[in-house]
Design a protein around this ligand. Structure first.
Ligand SMILES: *Cc1c(COP(=O)(O)O)cnc(C)c1O
Length: 400
């Protein structure tokens, strides 16, 4: 197959193929499979007149290069036909703040899910508040009932589905319908599913956000954010990015492109192994409940079944009550599960968490200590053996 004959206006049907072909044009790169990494600030113009008229395919390093365009084009293709453009940002949090800043004005009100990533909340509380934008939080399990929280100045509703600690799956379609009926915009953090397992713009979302740091990068070695916009919102997004001076490093963009090529095959394995480990944990006497969107014990599971085409490797469990030292002994004993923030890399992680201090619209009382797992690409048997050791340590610490 000749990659260059691939017509970008007719993307291949299968996402597995698109992650391989999207944003690549070997014919314009001397046949090399991958695009080059442009390290660039200055762009030279042929004449004074061209310079003053900004007559050049590229104007300045900050404004984009063939490398950044390649990743943007690839992501746009994955988001589906409603996507009118993608912006890259230097982190997932920068993607969240930029998307929000592209839609709000002083005097606006925004509704944010109570399950949102903590720093999203901090941005609303510490920055949006200063700009005269008021945030209210809502129960992530609200569907059309969110209409009751509407105010005349409600400009946008922000979703994150599922929540990346607590895993409530939201009814995106129902919320988007209310928002659009009332003339408001819909933003969603789609880091957990990636556009391979859920395409927000197809479900009425106006601006879809990803921490590219997670599954797009896939190797725990890059910070990257992405915002995908529909036609009505892409100009404001691009303008906000441009005026803010935000730009991502070329090597990070390249790592994003490189990660993207194996996204489908990695996610398939995260899905399969994650579910296998979750089901094993479900049988353990120490475990009270599994919060995995693909299992019926997860709030919103029915919506996951209706809307998503897969699950990634991130989920949580609730342990039956144990002394704190037993909770910690379990985590500290694990060898294959690292203790650390972030996720989406090839390696497994397990972290303690507590949503209670940051909740305001809902009450977080899961009934026992909670742990979030990221299931990496290791063999499931090895992971289960590691968890078995963890549970032995938990039992020993509970007894002692
Ligand atoms: C990690 C994460 C982010 C932030 O991404 P960074 O690249 O770390 O800034 C945003 N949303 C979710 C759901 C995340 O897990």
């Amino acid at each position: 197959m000749n990659d260059s004959s691939h017509n970008a206006s007719v993307p291949p049907r299968h996402a597995d193929t698109r992650v391989v072909t999207a944003g690549r044009d070997p014919a314009s790169n001397y046949g090399f499979v991958n695009p080059p990494v442009y390290h660039a600030s200055t762009v030279l113009y042929p004449s004074a007149e061209d310079y003053l008229a900004h007559r050049s395919r590229y104007q300045y390093g900050r404004r984009g290069t063939p490398t950044t365009e390649a990743l943007e084009a690839a992501l746009a293709e994955l988001e589906g036909s409603r996507c009118a453009g993608v912006s890259l940002l230097p982190s997932g949090l920068a993607a969240i703040s930029t998307a929000l800043l592209s839609v709000v004005r002083s005097g606006d009100h925004v509704l944010v899910t109570d399950s949102a990533y903590g720093p999203t909340r901090n941005f609303c509380e510490r920055i949006l508040t200063r700009l005269g934008v008021v945030t209210d939080y809502y129960d992530p399990l609200m569907g059309a009932g969110i209409a009751d929280l509407w105010r005349p100045n409600t400009r946008a509703v922000y979703l994150e589905s599922p929540g990346s600690l607590s895993f409530e799956v939201q009814d995106v379609g129902a919320i988007a319908k209310v928002a659009h009926d009332k003339g408001a915009l819909v933003l969603m953090d789609n880091t957990w599913a990636t556009p391979l397992y859920f395409r927000p713009l197809d479900h009425g979302v106006d601006l879809a956000i990803q921490a590219g740091t997670k599954y797009i990068g896939g190797h725990s070695d890059v910070m990257l954010g992405t915002v995908s916009a529909n036609a009505a919102n892409v100009a404001a997004l691009k303008e906000t990015v441009r005026l803010s001076g935000l730009c991502e490093g070329p090597d990070d963009v390249y790592l994003g492109l490189r990660g993207l090529r194996t996204l489908a095959v990695r996610l398939e394995r995260h899905f399969k192994s994650g579910l296998a480990v979750a089901r094993w944990l479900q049988q353990r006497p120490e475990v009270l409940r599994i919060l995995h969107p693909a299992l019926p014990t997860c709030p919103g599971h029915e919506i996951w079944k209706r809307d998503f085409t897969g699950a990634s490797g991130l989920f949580s469990i609730v342990l039956k009550p144990v002394p704190q030292k037993a909770y910690y002994a379990f985590l500290d004993t694990l060898k294959l599960f690292g203790i650390g923030a972030s996720w989406g890399g090839y390696e497994s992680l397990a972290v303690p968490f507590d949503c209670a201090p940051v909740r305001s619209a809902t009450h977080w009382a899961p009934g026992g200590p909670t742990i979030r797992f990221h299931i990496g690409l290791e063999a499931v048997d090895d992971l289960l053996a590691d968890l078995e050791r963890g549970f032995a340590a938990l039992a020993a610490a509970s007894a002692g």
